[in-house]
Design a protein around this ligand. Structure first.
Ligand code: BTN
Length: 327
């Protein structure tokens, strides 16, 4: 409380010194308590100038995740209006599924600075060290079951647009929702249903972004990359989160009001691998053909001998021309 109130006071007067005396009166804290809070802010990466006579001045905000900065950055109506930032969690998706069962509201967001048991698709684990952006959003959209199933496709567009707005980096989408830079995966999205499909739909969207991490931190995996390595510098994770949530909020509304068709065009615009050979494994069957894009229902379309075949996400694994596995 004291920390946020101090930041509010400093932020009200950008570039100006605010006296310790004034702060202590305003916040009903002793001068020593104000000083202590300022030291705590500095430890969190806030740059604050202190001058014995003039007081304190906020010079620079940290790039690391911070609730106060996030709240100020965020321009959304629902998404992230209730937001929990954890130092560490086993998995933000697991936390959010519990929250959904306990009546969590549409737009609730949970972010963890690190995850101990981050989960990926196909029951794989998701390496989630500090510096990455690991978060989950609870959505209770007004959608048919069929359209709700397209939310992870929509999320891939929103996350790519949010990343582009915050960093200038343009990522491609690998079906159904991996985000790649020059063939290397930078973002993974895990959509899960919390509760029953036939009750009010609660969908948990888990988004994992290799953001302020070095390539070594993600295990020098040649099929993965990080935004920091691509940019050559770390980025502000608060701005990144805010831009993603803003894009996601608008795109979910578009899906609700207009359906998937206009979003499908935007997905296709970012899609990688259209026109290339792909091999699809569905159970014990293997299909080879040319990747054509996605249908109005979000299914993968493969041109095979004698016509076209469509495949739903989750049922298949895809092997691209270059021999890399995706699913
Ligand atoms: C994938 O396999 O591509 C999906 C990875 C999803 C990772 C994110 S990180 C935040 C959220 N919490 C999890 O445990 N997983 C998702």
């Amino acid at each position: 409380m004291g920390r946020k109130a101090i930041l509010d006071l400093l932020a009200e007067r950008p570039g100006e010194f605010v006296s310790g005396e004034m702060m202590s009166q305003h916040l009903n804290l002793t001068r020593a308590a104000v000083w202590k809070q300022i030291q705590a802010l500095k430890a969190l990466g806030f740059e604050v100038d202190s001058q014995t006579k003039s007081g304190y001045r906020l010079v620079k905000l940290p790039l690391a995740l911070d609730e106060w900065i996030l709240e100020r950055e965020l321009r959304t109506n629902a998404l992230g209006r209730e937001l929990h930032l954890f130092d560490t969690l086993p998995s933000t998706n697991d936390w959010m599924k519990d929250a959904a069962r306990n009546g969590g509201a549409h737009g609730l967001v949970a972010i963890a600075k690190e995850q101990g048991e981050g989960r990926g698709r196909q029951k794989r684990c998701w390496v989630s060290p500090r510096g990455g952006l690991w978060f989950s959003v609870l959505l209770k959209p007004q959608l048919s079951l069929a359209d709700a199933a397209k939310l992870t496709l929509v999320a891939s567009i929103s996350v790519a647009d949010g990343i582009e707005a915050a960093t200038g980096i343009s990522l491609g989408i690998k079906w159904p929702n991996d985000l790649l830079f020059e063939g290397r995966k930078v973002v993974g999205i895990l959509g899960e249903v919390a509760g029953e499909w036939n009750t009010v739909q609660s969908i948990v969207l888990g988004i994992g972004i290799n953001a302020n991490l070095s390539r070594q931190q993600i295990g020098d995996d040649i099929s993965a990359d990080t935004l920091q390595a691509i940019l050559g510098r770390p980025m502000n994770l608060n701005t990144l989160t805010a831009r993603i949530l803003e894009h996601l909020e608008v795109d979910v509304e578009v899906l609700e009001r207009q359906g998937f068709s206009s979003l499908r065009q935007r997905w296709l615009h970012r899609a990688v691998g259209i026109g290339t050979q792909a091999q699809i494994n569905q159970g014990s069957e293997v299909f080879t053909g040319t990747f054509q894009g996605i249908s109005e229902d979000g299914e993968l379309i493969l041109a095979v001998e004698g016509g076209e075949k469509v495949f739903a996400a989750g049922e298949v694994s895809v092997r691209s021309e270059r021999g890399t596995y995706f699913q």
